[in-house]
Design a protein around this ligand. Structure first.
Ligand code: ATP
Length: 234
């Protein structure tokens, strides 16, 4: 598999706080990769830095070999990197359909029918306001909006946080379908069952550095690493 995204020694700051202290990771074409870690470890900051939402720090970011580091967010998005942030970022006063239409891009790989095929609930709810959706439906809408921009790399920040188990299963299956179309995914998620169900490679971040990486099988066997870095008994 060839690398889609390569991140080498990425640093990022909030003001004078040095948050990312040399993050290195990669995502191959068509792959789902996780970024795990305790609260405050730097997961969301990594996604934000990759999306160009933070002032540029040191380090290399390449998408299909092309340098993205230091470019403005709109240019990074145009080259195929899309972030679905934790707060979902949908327009509550617009209908579901309007939320989707404004994200649509002429000539992009994804159109409305592709979206409704993966998210039938959004078609059922297309005339409802964004603000009337359940948490799970809002998450689906937010992922759908990102897909309409035609990303090569979709970055998901805790897509199932706070959702009921049946909705979690539904979203996991939707993410699988998205990955099966060839879109690469960098997933930040605290729910380990979701991570191991979706990804074949995992990275753990601690204090702004990747301290552990493993394949899916290694990670499932490595209870010590899960206890040590994540403090979970799963
Ligand atoms: N806007 C901000 N200004 C200053 N510091 C911030 C800001 N956002 C996050 N931080 C700090 O950066 C560090 C990393 O935060 P980040 O949100 O990336 O963590 P995380 O791994 O995503 O954890 P969580 O699951 O809690 O969101 C934390 O110490 C946090 O307090």
């Amino acid at each position: 598999m060839s690398a889609l995204l390569e991140v080498e020694n990425l640093h990022a700051y909030y003001g004078k706080s040095h948050i990312l202290q040399g993050v290195s990771l990669s995502v191959n074409e068509g792959e789902v990769v996780t970024l795990l870690g305790r609260n405050g470890a730097g997961k969301s900051t990594t996604l934000r830095a990759l999306a160009g939402a933070l002032p540029p720090g040191q380090g290399a970011v390449r998408l299909q070999g092309r340098d993205l580091a230091g470019q403005p967010a709109f240019r990074i998005a145009k080259q195929g990197v899309s972030l679905v942030p934790e707060n979902r970022g949908i327009f509550s006063l617009l209908t579901v359909e309007e939320n989707l239409r404004i994200a649509e891009r002429r000539g992009a790989a994804w159109g409305m029918s592709d979206i409704y095929a993966i998210f039938p609930r959004l078609e059922e709810r297309k005339k409802n306001g964004g603000g009337q959706l359940s948490g799970g439906e809002q998450q689906m809408l937010s992922i759908a909006r990102a897909l309409l921009t035609g990303p090569k790399l979709l970055m998901l920040d805790e897509p199932v946080e706070g959702l009921a188990p049946v909705i979690v299963d539904e979203i996991v299956s939707q993410i699988r379908k998205i990955a099966a179309t060839g879109v690469s995914i960098l997933l930040v998620e605290q729910n380990l069952a979701v991570c191991t169900a979706l990804a074949r490679r995992h990275n753990i971040i601690e204090l702004g550095r990747i301290v552990y990486h493993a394949t899916g099988e290694e990670f499932i066997r490595d209870k010590d690493a899960r206890d040590r870095y994540l403090g979970v008994k799963a």
